[in-house]
Design a binder for this molecule. Structure first.
Ligand SMILES: C[S@@+](CC[C@H](N)C(=O)[O-])C[C@H]1O[C@@H](n2cnc3c(N)ncnc32)[C@H](O)[C@@H]1O
Length: 225
């Protein structure tokens, strides 16, 4: 396994800590049968599979969409190995181009994605995709949400709840362990440059380490009006 694959596997493992909070947020919702959830920007699916685990006994259905084919291929392999085809499907598409008839979703769940999008276009599309009274559940930084919260009302959403993660959680539970893991990989290798570690990981660690509080996050529950 090359260094970046080892890092990816390590990240999947530390991502699990944050799934505890997704579960807590899910438990804030009323228990419903036949719930239909869109996981927007599902990536390799740690959260997506958790959404299935929380809904499959009540006949739930989850669809994961993403623009990253490699990540979706990883998720598709997991779906196959768990025999989850009945509960979960994926589609390689951007949110903007995702067309389905009617407003099929009770919930659009999205973690770490909305800040990457054109917010106005994304909210308009989410509004189209949700059933009347459906809920957009978004996990993003408090700072970003503070700056953009006024847009939600304009595009037909009302905040009905929010759930904040512990302060510094992304540093103590994700980026610091990741930094330690990468340092360990470097120590164990004669020529650390030969590892060719993806610069993206290193840049993110430096950014969060400088000001961990800037990366405090929360879940925001936005109801379609
Ligand atoms: C930070 S990752 C989050 C992955 C996953 N939600 C999680 O929490 O582990 C952001 C994901 O959003 C996806 N993404 C970015 N722009 C998108 C778009 N326009 N439509 C759908 N997915 C998008 C990226 O490919 C990436 O997989």
């Amino acid at each position: 396994m090359d260094a970046n694959s080892k890092i990816t596997a390590f990240i999947e493992n530390i991502r699990k800590y944050f799934l505890n909070f997704s579960r807590k947020v899910f438990n804030l919702l009323p228990e419903t049968n036949d719930i239909k959830i869109l996981d927007l920007g599902c990536g390799s699916g740690s959260l997506t599979l958790e959404l299935v685990n929380m809904t499959r006994n009540n006949n739930g259905a989850v669809i994961g969409i993403d623009i990253n084919q490699t990540q979706l291929e990883i998720l598709n392999k997991k779906i196959k190995s768990l025999a989850y085809e009945k509960y979960l499907s994926t589609k390689l598409t951007s949110l903007y181009e995702y067309n389905v008839s009617g407003n099929p979703f009770d919930i659009i769940w999205t973690e770490g994605v909305i800040h990457l999008l054109d917010l106005k276009k994304a909210l308009k599309k989410c509004n189209e995709l949700l059933k009347p009274g459906g809920i957009l559940i978004q996990h993003d930084t408090l700072e970003w949400m503070k700056k953009h919260s006024s847009f939600y009302q304009i595009y037909g959403f009302k905040q009905i709840n929010c759930f904040l993660l512990p302060e510094n959680a992304w540093w103590t539970e994700y980026y610091r362990p990741l930094e330690e893991f990468i340092n360990k990989l470097k120590i164990e290798t004669e020529d650390p440059n030969s590892l060719k570690i993806d610069q993206r990981y290193l840049d993110e660690i430096i950014m969060v380490k400088k000001n961990p509080r800037k990366f405090d996050t929360g879940f925001y529950l936005m109801k379609k009006l």
